[in-house]
Ligand binder design. Structure first.
Ligand SMILES: NC(=O)c1ccc[n+]([C@@H]2O[C@H](COP(=O)([O-])OP(=O)(O)OC[C@H]3O[C@@H](n4cnc5c(N)ncnc54)[C@H](OP(=O)(O)O)[C@@H]3O)[C@@H](O)[C@H]2O)c1
Length: 254
């Protein structure tokens, strides 16, 4: 069943599909704008109504059909996915998009699957056991300070190594723009990586989904790390609702 989303408040109109929601947010693969040295970075995260970003260590317990529909459309609409190393392992990454979405990308002249990117200074060796490394044609780009060998089992793997203590998120995303043609990058979390990206001023759009659940406990919020002082101010650009889920599009102010 295709999910339908009602836009609330300013800009409200006819209900839209997940693809139209992503289009209304102005997110598409390709150029980040003239003169930009780095990709446009869109961060997508889901939280419970009480602000938790995981249930039993995974985000999947927070989701539902509307959230999965938006997430698939976001993946379908970008050049690359930035996945935190802990998230990559905890969420057991495998196939990035289903056949329909791969075909839609191909019809639009895009590679069938966005590049999967991971920035990890230490690089947990369990990473290469993940199913995504066995996906034929899946491009994977890793930035690391580890000198340990890492191999793909079918995916097209590029590993960029740097000296200990020299990796920065800014340099990695600039390299994605320059050497991998990435115009729009979807940050899929987790909370530690999103905090670091925000702190470095690298996030252009936040798509936060609020799930109709109360979780409590000690799971982090969608941003994990030191307090921002002063807090980062956001502009609320749009709100959609579907099946009890809220979808909030923010951009940083300034
Ligand atoms: N609710 C959601 O939407 C959502 C989305 C994704 C994940 N999650 C959940 O979040 C949890 C995993 O998130 P996490 O926060 O533990 O880990 P994470 O954000 O996936 O990865 C954290 C790692 O990023 C690496 N990193 C690279 N550059 C960094 C920098 N400049 N600053 C800080 N870290 C940097 C570090 O590893 P190195 O030391 O190797 O560099 C760090 O340990 C899981 O439970 C997952 O299910 C929830």
């Amino acid at each position: 069943m295709s999910e339908i989303f009602d836009r609330l408040g300013e800009g409200a109109g006819e209900p839209v599909s997940a693809a139209e929601l992503v289009a209304q947010a102005g997110i598409s693969a390709g150029s980040p704008g003239p003169g930009s040295k780095r990709p446009r970075i869109v961060a997508a995260m889901i939280a419970s109504a009480d602000g938790r970003a995981a249930v039993e260590g995974r985000a999947a317990g927070l989701g539902g059909p509307p959230d999965r529909a938006v997430f698939r459309e976001l993946r379908c609409s970008v050049d690359a996915l930035l996945i935190g190393p802990t998230t990559l392992i905890e969420e057991q990454y495998s196939t990035v998009l289903d056949g329909d979405h791969r075909q839609r990308r191909a019809a639009a002249g895009l590679p069938e699957s966005p590049i999967a990117v991971c920035i990890s200074r230490r690089l947990d060796p369990r990473i290469e056991q993940l199913e995504i490394f066995a996906q034929a044609g899946q491009r994977i780009v890793i930035y690391t300070e580890s000198q340990e060998p890492i191999e793909a089992r079918g995916a097209e793997l590029t590993v960029t190594r740097s000296a200990p203590g020299t990796t920065t998120l800014a340099a990695c995303v600039e390299d994605l723009r320059l050497n991998h043609g990435v115009g729009t990058l979807l940050s899929e979390g987790g909370p530690t990586q999103l905090h670091a990206l925000t702190e470095a001023g690298l996030v252009d759009d936040y798509i936060f989904t609020l799930s109709p659940l109360l979780v409590a406990g000690t799971a982090p919020s969608v941003l994990g790390g030191e307090v921002f002082d002063p807090p980062v101010k956001l502009d609320l650009r749009a709100v959609w609702r579907s099946g009890g889920f809220l979808f909030l599009h923010y951009t940083p102010l300034d």
